[in-house]
Ligand binder design. Structure first.
Ligand code: RFL
Ligand code: PHB
Length: 391
């Protein structure tokens, strides 16, 4: 089999890249390790920047998003048991974020890809990539017990943090930057109306961080910071709801509607960047190249901006016969990646309880939060990062 661009991974990065290339008439094949059912059932991100929404609409996968997504014009910060709204919409000249689950984004992109009849290989095992330092790279994998080979012009490594692409690059060719946080997020998904249907609520409390988010007017997503050693089995639904309530202001705590969890998991928090994001004819995009802690809601949105830059570079290569775009891809993408890394790190640092920190650290966080909500300059800085810096 031969194609122009072999895409490894059918997460948001791979599916969106495939859609953008197809729209420009560039042939591509996606090779995915998991089944399509597995891919479309992973519960992860929930908040889309306007740029991400525009891209999904642009590739024809935005119909349900526009009908069912919930635009948020503000976020709320809870500290010292009080809630403060940040008017994101007003502070950014009219920008909003949209609550729409990654599960739905993936579902819509998969459906659009299937409708267009584009090639996707699911349940490919033993995927390996070869010769990306030559003009004719290839991908090998096993499907239905048979070894297959796909030759191509370029490989797009959209295979997430644990994928095969980044680990196929010689160690000496890349530099990795990393910070691992000493806590996790315990997340619960429940079919109950969201406590705050018009805003995402971020809470700072002596007991730790909390977050109230949503997937729809009937489905809520909540998180509490927990020790990284905790196991999901230790947390009954009741213990989760009690802990969440303790960390919110009394009015919000009173309003929470609880119900049985339909998903419960603990996610570790990490900041990670690999540089560069291009090695000959291999490009990395999304979580394959970088991880942000979820506090800023940036992971999926960064995957989208990477593939926007990458698709523009490949379109320039095929249609304008110029290599300038692919030569500049890494530098261009990394500029935006590092700004999102900085934002996610600073919001994580501001909102969480760190082991070994004491009263002084809590007071400093509260003073900074007080500054953020009372200074127009500081709340504007938060708002413009939250809605997403310009592409
Ligand atoms: P993905 O989604 O991990 O997809 C990678 C795909 O590659 C496949 N794969 C392979 N395929 C073939 N061969 C191999 N060897 C392979 N190895 C892996 C995998 O099966 C998978 O299908 O990466 P991608 O596309 O870069 O997308 C990144 C996003 O998924 C991620 O950044 C977000 O989920 C992060 N995130 C959030 N991002 C936001 O923008 N807004 C949010 O509100 C938000 N909330 C979150 C989040 C992530 C969370 N967790 C669980 C880490 C909340 C949480 C709790
Ligand atoms: C979510 O809805 O899952 C979510 C919202 C905001 C974040 C992270 C996750 O910062």
């Amino acid at each position: 089999m031969r194609t122009q661009v072999a895409i490894i991974g059918a997460g948001p990065a791979g599916l969106l890249l495939g859609a953008l290339l197809h729209k420009a008439g560039i042939d591509n094949v996606i090779i995915e390790r998991q089944s399509s059912a597995h891919v479309s059932s992973r519960i992860r991100a929930g908040i889309l920047e306007q740029g991400t929404v525009d891209m999904l609409v642009g590739v024809g996968a935005g119909q349900r998003l526009l009908a069912e997504g919930t635009p948020h014009r503000s976020i709320e910060l809870v500290f010292k048991n009080q809630r403060h709204a940040i008017d994101v919409h007003g502070l950014t000249g009219g920008k909003v974020v949209t609550a729409y689950g990654q599960t739905e984004v993936t579902h819509d992109l998969m459906a659009a890809r299937q409708a267009a009849g584009l090639a996707t290989v699911y349940e490919a095992s033993g995927v390996s990539i070869h010769d990306f330092d030559s003009p004719q790279p290839s991908v090998r994998y096993v499907q239905h017990g048979q070894i297959r080979q796909l030759t191509c012009d370029f490989i797009a490594g959209c295979d997430g943090f644990h994928g095969v692409c980044r680990s196929s690059v010689p160690k000496a060719a890349a530099t990795e930057f990393e910070r691992v946080y000493p806590f996790g997020w315990l997340g619960v998904l429940a079919d109950v109306p969201p406590v705050s249907p018009h805003a995402i609520v971020y809470g700072n409390h002596e007991r730790g961080f909390s977050l109230c988010s949503m997937r729809s007017l009937a489905r809520s997503r909540y998180y509490v910071q927990c020790p990284i050693e905790d196991k999901v089995a230790q947390w009954s639904d009741q213990a989760f709801w009690d802990e969440l309530r303790r960390r919110l202001d009394p009015e919000l705590a009173d309003r929470i509607v609880t119900g049985p969890s339909i998903e419960k998991s603990i996610a570790p928090l990490r900041s990670f960047v690999t540089e560069p994001m291009r090695f000959g004819r291999l490009f990395l995009a999304g979580d394959a190249a970088h991880i942000v802690p979820p506090t800023g809601a940036k992971g999926l949105n960064l995957a989208a901006s990477d593939v926007k830059y990458l698709s523009a570079a490949l379109i320039e290569f095929y249609l304008d016969k110029s290599s300038a775009g692919i030569d500049g891809y890494s530098q261009r993408a990394l500029r935006r990646v590092w700004k999102a890394e900085r934002f996610a790190w600073s919001l994580t640092t501001l909102m969480h309880r760190f082991p070994g920190s004491g009263g002084f650290d809590q007071k400093i966080q509260e003073a900074e939060l007080d500054y953020v909500v009372s200074s127009r300059a500081a709340s504007t800085a938060l708002a413009e990062n939250y809605v997403g810096l310009p592409l």
